[in-house]
Design a protein around this ligand. Structure first.
Ligand code: GDP
Ligand code: CA
Length: 325
């Protein structure tokens, strides 16, 4: 095992990758890991470019994450955010911690001076040393918006709002009719992305949101084709245990695109690579072992293992199960 490529969102992708690195350190010390990260959650806020998923992966792997939250920095204060709010600016429901703000300021400065997002990310990683090659899915700005199905606050049914507003302000409890990835049609995969898929020995779809994290990466022109044609094995890990998204509200996203919230349904949604889909294999939680025959019938090799990411020991064992599969 030399090259492993992971397609990741934020918290789920980051926690799994931390276990993957721990497992590889013992099992395949020469292996190199590339993480291709969703940038559809990115946004402008108070003049700063915020990249929630890139930062979550970078902080988690670099030892700078707030473990309880799963995002942002530990021992944060919000003094700058309060000052911005005092001007009536910013989004009151999206707090930017003072330490985290420094990352956004540096990134925005780099972007304004002509760096691409890939270059800015590489620069930030020089400090954090995440132990992987961290690649944004694209250097072009892509932003996921949701179409509201009902009126809420100042928004009317039919309006589009940024995904992060729906997710953080409304906890995904307001019904939406669909997702729109603005900028996607004009986007191209960032440098190294298609190559990391083509030259990998193993590609992992970690337990990230299948719709707005992995689904968005797959929608970048060329990425799905690269996955379909790579000689690497493509193995996915279910983000659903039982009939629930483990943390967060992935069920609201799945419902919106008409996919049931179950490990089986998500596996079938990705589909078997032999039959026009993406997966060679799919790992489900041990409590979802009943799905194995149906997955086999759909041409997807599968196995069951404990998939609760309770800590490094658990995620290391999950990564071992992925490699065994
Ligand atoms: P986000 O961008 O921060 O929302 O993070 P991701 O898209 O990478 O992952 C979020 C998804 O990970 C959640 O919606 C859950 O379905 C899944 N998830 C979170 N914790 C766990 C866990 O402990 N085990 C498994 N199997 N999935 C999890
Ligand atoms: Ca995200």
């Amino acid at each position: 095992m030399r090259n492993v490529t992971v397609l990741a969102g934020g918290v789920g992708g980051a926690r799994f990758t931390r276990g993957l690195l721990a497992h590889l350190a013992a099992a395949a010390p020469d292996a190199a890991v590339t993480v291709i990260v969703n940038t559809g959650d990115d946004m402008w806020l108070d003049g700063l470019r915020i990249c929630p998923d890139l930062d979550t992966v970078m902080y988690t792997l670099g030892g700078g994450i707030n473990e309880e939250q799963g995002w942002g920095r530990p021992e944060e204060t919000q003094r700058a955010s309060s000052e911005i709010a005092a001007y009536g600016r910013g989004w009151s429901w999206f707090t930017l911690g003072d330490l985290d703000l420094a990352t956004h300021i540096v990134r925005t400065d780099l972007l304004r001076n002509g760096s691409t997002l890939s270059e800015a990310t590489a620069f930030l990683c020089r400090r954090w040393q995440p132990g992987v090659q961290l690649l944004p899915m694209t250097d072009q700005p892509v932003e996921t918006h949701v179409c509201l199905a009902e009126n809420v606050d100042e928004h009317a049914a039919g309006d589009y709002i940024h995904f992060e507003e729906w997710w953080v302000r409304y906890r995904a409890r307001v019904a939406v009719t669909g997702f729109e990835q603005r900028g996607l049609a004009d986007a191209v995969a960032a440098p190294g992305v298609r190559e990391a898929i083509r030259t990998a020995d193993l590609i992992v779809l970690p337990p990230s949101n299948p719709v707005v994290s992995i689904g968005t990466i797959l929608a970048v022109p060329g990425v799905r084709d690269a996955l379909r044609s790579t000689t690497a094995r493509v193995v996915g890990v279910s983000p659903i245990i039982g009939d629930a998204a483990v943390r967060g509200m992935a069920d609201a996203c799945l419902r919106t695109i008409g996919v049931e919230t179950s490990a089986l349904a998500v596996g079938l949604h990705y589909g078997s690579r032999n039959r026009g889909g993406l997966l060679d294999a799919w790992l489900v939680d041990e409590t979802d072992a009943a799905a194995l025959p149906a997955l086999a019938a759909a041409g997807i090799r599968s196995a069951a293992a404990p998939l609760w990411m309770r800590g490094l020991t658990a995620t290391t064992a999950m990564a071992a199960a992925v490699l065994a599969l």
